[in-house]
Design a protein around this ligand. Structure first.
Ligand code: ADP
Ligand code: C5P
Ligand code: MG
Length: 221
């Protein structure tokens, strides 16, 4: 199979591209990062980036950036979904993720290790990923930052004192938690059945949580 792929690629490759062969067959290697709002996904991703050289793509951050982009046709829709704690239609999110992955790999094709944070958050997200990325990226596994709803809410309310986020308030948070329980948990359970989930106790201190994360990455790369 690999031989067939290689010979096919070689036939198509020009002489100058030959030396880039390993990069040509490099696919994005992806960890999905999930957990309730405020579980510490972003905090831990930053530490993984620093130590293991991954690229962190937060679906929420990408949506907020698109919301704020002058002339964006989706700005208002995104803001309404975010404030209501609902999940934006996947066509928007996946195109932002895809573009960000392409941009990252364009500068250096070997930058193919990604943490995709806050995705897939519901069935629509998952189906959109499968439709668009099937065969184009490898999902290595899911990092599930497990934290009870009360701690998640407290952390977001604390973050809300300085984040400026329109959804770090009690009203939005109750909706976000509901979305998490009703729509995201079943996705985590689906991956669990495939033996693809690392469950991490995210209620501990940042350093203790990262100690667990390091055990995973030291083993898996
Ligand atoms: P998420 O990306 O999952 O929404 P963040 O990483 O933004 O979560 O963290 C939410 C808030 O909680 C931030 O203010 C962050 O500083 C804080 N925080 C993150 N991890 C911990 C932790 N393990 N213990 C206490 N506070 C934390
Ligand atoms: O992950 P984060 O807390 O930054 O997400 C904030 C909000 O962005 C979510 O509550 C949701 O409204 C939106 N979002 C989404 N689809 C995703 C990720 C985030 O609609 N896959
Ligand atoms: Mg976050």
């Amino acid at each position: 199979m690999l031989y067939r792929l290689l010979s096919c690629v070689t036939r198509k490759a020009t002489a100058s591209a030959f030396y880039r062969l390993p990069a040509l067959i490099m696919k994005p290697q992806v960890y999905f990062v999930l957990g309730g709002p405020g579980a510490g996904k972003g905090t831990q991703c930053a530490k993984i980036v620093e130590k293991y050289g991954y690229t962190h793509l937060s679906a929420g951050d990408l949506l907020r950036a698109e919301r704020g982009r002058p002339g964006s046709e989706f700005g208002e829709l995104i803001e309404n979904y975010i404030r209501d704690g609902k999940i934006v239609p996947v066509e928007i999110t996946i195109s932002l993720l895809q573009r960000a992955m392409e941009e990252t790999m364009k500068s250096n094709e070997e930058n193919n290790k990604f943490l995709i944070d806050g995705f897939p958050r519901n069935e629509d997200n998952l189906q959109g990923w499968n439709r668009t990325m099937d065969g184009k990226a490898d999902v290595k596994s899911v990092l599930f930052f497990d934290c009870c709803n009360e701690v998640c809410i407290d952390r977001c309310l604390e973050r809300g004192k300085s984040s400026g986020r329109s959804d770090d308030n009690r009203e939005s948070l109750l909706k976000r938690i509901q979305t998490y329980v009703q729509s995201t948990k079943p996705i985590i359970e689906l991956y669990e059945k495939q033996g693809k989930v690392h469950t991490i106790d995210a209620s501990k201190t940042v350093d203790d949580v990262f100690a667990h994360v390091q055990k995973i990455f030291d083993k898996e790369g």
